[in-house]
Design a protein around this ligand. Structure first.
Ligand code: HSE
Length: 437
């Protein structure tokens, strides 16, 4: 009898359709690579009343329970997103001895520990390649290709929507709100774009990458997160003038007994590879102790790219089922008994160069008062620009610092923003420094 791997799909949205199309259109290619048919048997989606006619052999229902209780299903693919009911569906699938594939970054960043433990207990696999970087095989690279490395650093552009907005602002000088509206109209940004623009989606993805890279149970709450909604075209212009691009970066550095974990707008030197990742694309840079720097680049979202990553997990699990080697590769690369608790570097001890844009009345002595406060807090200024004076209007004074500590910066800005001559909160943007610099 021909061998078969049977898949049940919960959620027939954009990515679900991408997976279904891949399993159907690449049927022969997958069979040749797996040694068995990989068949979509069931789809469940409360909003879908019928499937396109090419899926005539697939059973549709509005109840995920029909998949979870079907003894014929080997792999349950969860693509509805969000915490509940996705979490309950996944735990029920695991308890029922089914393998699981999911693209649910919020779920893994919040409840990964519980889900991975349940999977180990029930001897089933969890595939989550599509949760980070869409179609880019970033998780497999980390778990397998880079397995011999101590990961020293992770830097990445992990959210296509935020990168699209910043690219449009950079290329066309547009306002953040205008580009966001346009992105929503074009279907790039969600109706509620909060997770994308406030860095939360990026932080979910960084938590997942750090967990695998370092063998730590990193959760969303461990990551300091700032978004891009306060970035103004003027900051982008000043950045360009100083030779930088502004990017929303996920950054982590491995200091051995503690690890950095942060997401924030960052000034990236214009000749750095991450400065040149534009539009909705994603890129992830790892530094390994033996391999050096690696950059993975590609489409971080979308029906077919993300469908490609989900299909890859299905194939991996299918191969392991057929060869009797389930959980050959542990979910987080490290065996569960070697996964520890993270010690996160406090943000206050971060040291990097900074960009400051102070908004102040243009009066004699203003610059010296501001630079005096920076000096009193051990912050050394590298260069200063003041632009376009209009009588009686506040001006922007931009100061670029040498390496400064975040704790000193917070104290200095509290003083500066308290001055009667300062008319708006000072904008601060951290500047990326490569480890080797
Ligand atoms: N909202 C995400 C993005 C989709 O814009 O990158 C992929 O996770």
């Amino acid at each position: 009898m021909m061998k078969e791997i049977r898949v049940g799909l919960i959620g027939f949205g954009t990515v679900g359709k991408g997976l279904a199309a891949t399993l159907l259109q690449q049927k022969d290619r997958l069979r040749q690579r797996v040694g068995a048919a990989v068949t979509l048997k069931r789809v469940a989606d409360i909003h879908v009343k019928s499937l396109p006619e090419e899926y005539c052999g697939v059973t549709l229902s509005q109840d995920a329970g029909d998949i979870l209780t079907d003894p014929e299903i080997d792999i349950v693919v969860e693509l509805i997103g969000g915490i509940e009911p996705a979490k309950s569906f996944i735990l029920a699938a695991i308890a029922g001895g089914k393998h699981v594939v999911s693209a649910n970054k919020a779920l893994f960043a919040n409840h990964g520990r519980e889900i991975f433990a349940a999977a180990v207990k029930n001897n089933v696999e969890i595939g989550f390649e599509a949760s980070v970087g869409g179609g880019i095989p970033v998780i497999k690279s980390l778990k397998e290709g880079l397995v011999a490395n101590r990961i020293e650093a992770i830097s990445g552009i992990l959210n296509g929507t935020a990168n699209y907005i910043l690219t449009q602002m950079t290329d066309h000088g547009s306002l953040f709100a205008e580009v966001l509206k346009d992105a929503q109209a074009k279907g790039f940004a969600e109706a509620d774009p909060t997770y994308d623009i406030e860095g939360i989606d990026t932080a979910h993805k960084l938590a997942i990458l750090m967990s695998i890279a370092y063998g730590l149970h990193v959760q969303i709450g461990d990551i300091t997160t700032e978004g891009i909604s306060t970035i103004e075209p003027i900051d982008i212009d000043f950045a360009r003038e100083f030779g930088y691009r502004i990017k929303l970066l996920a950054i982590s550095r491995n200091h051995g007994d503690h690890v950095e974990a942060r997401v924030h707008p960052t000034m990236v030197p214009e000749d750095h590879m991450l400065a040149n990742i534009n539009g909705a694309f994603n890129a992830i840079e790892f530094t390994g102790d033996t391999v050096g720097d690696i950059l993975l680049y590609g489409q971080g979202a979308g029906m077919m790219p993300t469908g490609s990553a989900v299909a890859a997990d299905v194939v991996d699990i299918g191969r392991n089922i057929l060869s009797g080697s389930v959980n050959r590769v542990p979910a987080l690369s490290f065996l569960p008994e070697f996964i520890g608790e993270p010690r996160i570097t406090p943000m206050s001890s971060l040291t990097c160069p900074y960009y400051f844009r102070v908004t102040a009345l243009d009066k004699p002595g203003v610059l010296s008062r501001i630079s005096g406060i920076f000096g009193q807090h051990n912050i050394s200024i590298k260069s200063v620009i003041q632009k376009s004076r209009h009588a009686d209007e506040p001006v922007h004074i931009v100061l670029m610092s040498h390496q400064a500590s975040e704790a000193d910066v917070i104290k200095a800005l509290a003083e500066i923003d308290g001055l009667e001559i300062c008319t708006a909160p000072t904008m601060k943007i951290r500047i990326l420094v490569d480890e080797q610099d």
